[in-house]
Ligand binder design. Structure first.
Ligand code: NAG
Ligand code: NAG
Length: 833
């Protein structure tokens, strides 16, 4: 269609109005170009390398954190030594057509809180044709852009000067020891001038009453031939969207030298009396006008050009009949202005214009072209008109059909997405969805304010004005908003609960309040209501407080007549006294609704688990507040504390020696496998098997506890954002950490670690010599499987066979090759004398 400079035409006046124009321009040309919104297709995003398939270039979309990836583009920084400037890697975006790019945004890898990589600094390279690449630098020549400080905030950078390009590369500047990941967005609009380069003699230096005025094209991005001082194959100040002021000694841009906005030439150096310029376009166009912004400060020897002669080239040579435009001198008004040169609808792909001097100096700050696409079917006679109309109607019909199909597919996709998200929630740790939605909401509200992205075209309507509303501020609001909620949650978590990965020792009763991961395959347990019976509260006698969590407390109580109350025969579970000691977990009355729901869900799940090696829920009090659940009391606390070296108050040396006999340890491990076998037979994935979550009763009875339900305190949308500090990474399989995949096989992995803990008597944390970061790096090595992964060492008490045949097999990369709990149990029993 026609490219119409409607705003320039309707609103331009020689003086004033620039603020109005500028506002429009800024609003028009700061659209997100579609990394987040998806208008940029996956195949148009590429990269120098990728760390893995799940961190491929297509995942480098700002604020886009779901899908099947790991949250960002991450280059394979480990593969080869970096170049000295750290610039081997890049993420490339192909915009499919020339765009005017005014702003870029970057973000690191967050990935549900598991990612922490980001690019602190980066550079931008760009290209208009995909072959010759230019490095972006700011007006002062600095190439390096300060990037992110954390993995989640969006950092926006105004490109001053803006870029006109089709291809843009983001190049993280790293030192060799760093992992970087990036998500990016470009903001701007389509560049409809069609101008791909101009060639001019470089501007010169004027001395005005002792002051040096540099009139060179300081942002030109093409080549400059030293001797001839010709600039070729680039764009620069004449297309940067900044108009010069009336007084060319001053600049729109703060801190630049006099004459910065203009390119100027002196008639002393041009003996033919004109400056020759060549403009190259992307394809053949019909040109109606050229607009040239000139200074007319005749009091300082500067005047607009006297005449301009333009030659047109559509084939291989310039045509013989140029268009000439003369203008009268203006000896009154010294204001800078646009001169409109009519080009008479000439057809060309290149235009050569000769600007004739009218004084000592000629200064130009901007050139713009108004053109329509060249249409060879321009002259149609009447008989063809009908056919043409028929064709148009057909095309419109086809387009409508396509639109309907696209809409229908989108609806369909949304439904699928919803369905799969539900599945994710149930089966996997879901990925960061809320943040993404929130961001896209802002993006869409942004674009609806200024028109939609698809018709975001650049109208060059220029200069800077102090009071303009910067759309990027609107964008910035959102991360802050998302953050407040993040911070609130972080504060919540750190108040009451230790950070999981740092301190994994949590007392038995407290443990279920301590962190948040989803632990439950709810499908199994949704259905009819809990069969638990309400226990009369007054029959509980408080003995002692066992623990306290953020949302409740755990008390040791005596329960009267519990045995009569519970229908089943509890002697099977080793419970036969009366009054019975029980652990009572209560939910604070002021707990929020989510906490309440999670508490009830925990009850629902536990009420259906019946196994000698699973902690038994005896009864509940849910008719009135505070809600409480009554479980059997395990007098020896959790297995981690129980095994760790003697504490003089609780264990004597002989007792400790007794515990640490290999046969005893193995019998405990066998009990755990037995409980896990039961869980896996129900397709129940525990997700947090560890000694701290196993309780010890009389006679070394072990029962698995903590089904993570109250971790769901942070469920819903929030825990995913703050997830990082609350994942038991040292027990987690590589696929749980990297892919969020939890299965019985990942429980088997965790069992391997638990067995290791048992056989080392919980003297140290697994991988205690590695930091959390290193543990995650090690996880990456498990994934790559190049023999660089570090395994937990063989515990001193552990027979070689148990270590190599059993423990190591739990940590096999391929989940299918890991043994089942039944097989583990058999092997353990065989290893025990
Ligand atoms: C233009 O002139 C300034 C001032 O002398 C100089 O710093 C700059 O490098 C020049 N730019 C180009 C592209 O030659
Ligand atoms: C440059 O312009 C001035 C003022 O119009 C004129 O006097 C001078 O002769 C010109 N010089 C050349 C070389 O054309």
């Amino acid at each position: 269609g026609l490219i119409i400079f409607r705003l320039m035409i309707t609103l331009y006046h020689p003086e004033g109005q620039s603020c109005l124009l500028n506002q429009l321009q800024v609003e028009i040309c700061r659209y997100p170009l579609g990394m987040t919104g998806g208008q940029i297709q996956d195949e148009d995003i590429s990269a120098s390398s990728q760390w893995s398939e799940s961190t491929a270039a297509r995942f480098g979309r700002l604020d886009f954190d779901n899908g099947d990836g790991d949250g960002a583009w991450c280059p394979n920084t480990m593969s080869e030594p970096q170049l000295s400037d750290g610039l081997k890697e890049y993420l490339q975006v192909d915009l499919r057509s020339l765009h005017f790019i005014t702003l870029v945004g970057t973000q690191g890898r967050h990935a549900d809180g598991m990612g922490k990589e980001f690019a602190q600094r980066y550079r931008i390279n760009y290209s208009r044709d995909g072959n010759s690449w230019m490095g972006w630098h700011d007006r002062k020549g600095r190439q390096v852009i300060e990037g992110n400080r954390n993995a989640y905030d969006v950092v926006l950078k105004d490109l001053e000067p803006p870029i006109i390009a089709r291809f843009v590369r983001f190049m993280p500047v790293t030192d060799h020891s760093m992992f970087v990941c990036m998500r990016v967005e470009l903001y701007g609009c389509e560049w409809l001038d069609g101008l791909i380069s101009y060639s001019i003699p470089d501007g010169q230096q004027m001395v005005y009453s002792g002051l040096s005025v540099f009139l060179n094209d300081s942002v030109y991005d093409g080549a400059s031939a030293e001797r001839s001082e010709m600039l070729t194959k680039g764009l620069g100040q004449l297309t940067d969207g900044t108009w010069g002021l009336d007084d060319f000694l001053h600049s729109n841009i703060y801190g630049m030298w006099p004459g910065y906005d203009y390119v100027g030439w002196s008639n002393e150096s041009f003996h033919r009396g004109y400056v020759e310029t060549i403009f190259q376009f992307d394809h053949v166009r019909n040109f109606t006008t050229m607009k040239v912004h000139c200074s007319n400060m005749f009091s300082r020897g500067v005047r607009m050009f006297r005449k301009v002669t333009c030659f047109f080239q559509s084939g291989s040579d310039y045509e013989g009949d140029p268009v000439t435009f003369r203008q009268a001198d203006d000896d009154v008004n010294q204001a800078a202005r646009f001169v409109t040169v009519p080009l008479g609808d000439r057809t060309a792909s290149a235009i050569k214009c000769r600007f004739h001097f009218n004084d000592l100096w000629m200064l130009i700050s901007e050139v713009a072209f108004q053109s329509g696409n060249y249409d060879p079917t321009h002259k149609v006679d009447d008989s063809n008109t009908r056919i043409l109309i028929g064709c148009l109607v057909a095309i419109i019909a086809i387009l409508l059909t396509i639109i309907v199909i696209i809409l229908w597919r989108q609806v369909w996709q949304k439904m699928l997405e919803k369905a799969s998200r539900r599945m994710l929630d149930d089966e996997l740790t879901a990925r960061l969805a809320v943040q993404t939605q929130a961001f896209s909401f802002i993006h869409s509200s942004l674009s609806s304010e200024g028109g939609s992205t698809s018709n975001s075209t650049y109208e060059r309507i220029f200069p800077l004005c102090a009071d303009y509303q910067e759309p990027s501020r609107l964008i910035r609001k959102l991360p802050e908003f998302a953050h407040t909620s993040c911070k609130a949650i972080a504060a919540n978590i750190s108040e009451g609960a230790p950070h999981y990965a740092e301190a994994d020792i949590i007392s038995l009763q407290e443990s279920s309040d301590s962190y948040s991961i989803t632990a439950v395959n709810m499908n199994l347990f949704s259905g009819s209501d809990s069969s638990m019976r309400e226990f009369p509260r007054e029959k509980l006698t408080f003995k002692e407080k066992l623990g306290e969590g953020q949302f409740g407390e755990v008390h040791l109580c005596e329960a009267e007549n519990m045995l009569d109350f519970v229908d089943e025969d509890l002697s099977l579970a080793g419970i036969d006294e009366s009054p019975l000691l029980v652990a009572v977990k209560t939910l604070r009355e002021d707990a929020n609704k989510n906490a309440r729901n999670d508490f009830l869900k925990e009850i629902r799940i536990m009420s259906r688990l019946r196994d000698p090696n699973i902690v038994l829920l005896l009864a509940v009090c849910v008719d009135t507040d505070p809600l409480c659940m009554i479980t059997e009391y395990m007098e020896n606390g959790d297995l981690n504390q129980f095994l760790s070296p003697p504490n003089p108050q609780t264990k004597s040396g002989t007792e400790q020696r007794q515990i640490s006999r290999y046969g005893k340890l193995i019998s405990m491990a066998v009990q755990i496998t037995s409980g896990m076998k039961y869980l896996s037979s129900l397709n129940f994935v525990h997700r947090d098997l560890a000694t701290r979550n196993c309780l010890v009763g009389k006679n070394y009875t072990i029962k698995i506890a903590d089904f993570g339900m109250s971790r769901n305190l942070y469920r819903g949308d929030y825990y995913r954002i703050q997830g990082r500090a609350v994942l038991p990474i040292r027990w987690m399989s590589w696929e749980s950490i990297l892919l969020g995949k939890f299965t019985t096989a990942s429980d088997v992995w965790a069992f391997g670690v638990t067995l290791w803990e048992i056989l080392t008597l919980c003297k140290e944390q697994p991988y205690c010599h590695l930091s959390d970061e290193q543990v995650i790096e090690n996880t990456g090595e498990f994934f790559r499987d190049q023999g660089k992964q570090v395994y937990l060492p063989k515990p001193p008490r552990c027979p070689d066979a148990v270590y190599s045949d059993l423990m190591l097999s739990c940590w096999r990369r391929n989940a299918k090759q890991r043994p089942s709990f039944q097989e583990i149990q058999t092997q353990l029993l065989e290893s025990s004398p």
